[in-house]
Design a protein around this ligand. Sequence first.
Ligand SMILES: [Zn+2]
Length: 182
Amino acid sequence: MGVHRALAHILVSKLLRRRARGFYEKVYRDYSFTPEVQRNSDFARRHRGRKIVSGPRGSCYDLARIFTRLNRRYFDGQLDQPTLTWSQRRTRTTLGHHDGVHDTIVISKTLDSSDVPEWFVEYILYHEMLHIKHPARLINGRRYYHTKDFRAEEQRFPFYEEAQQWLERIARPRRTPRTRAA
Ligand SMILES: [Zn+2]
């Protein structure tokens, strides 16, 4: 049993809020309690910076708080809270993602910034929450995620128009200025 595999298993389990099985934990414990490894991990911890696994709480915005607010305001508090997390890396093309299999919403770390207005973070999270409410529809073997109902409800967001402008500003690379076609 490789230590890295055991460690990966524990991290993934934590991420999925499941307990790592005792066997994996023992393998990792046996390994991590040797003095040499303890020394190395202290060293690594000091040099790795603040956090390895991100959660809902960013340095600027707390996704769990925003989720609760949006849930109350637009979903009558009916949505179950999925696992909410900031992405590990900054990504400009994908600002949000809903993973139905793992019941997880990932929001790009790019948005965890005081340069980004809170209503825009709300909009991105609201969009992903709509994916929970409106599951993909299978039509002729194709999966449709943004159905008519989905789009209609999305446009009820008060800052919808402003959000579209921000989407272009953030997601579009700056070096290719383009005039918009009609
Ligand atoms: Zn979507």
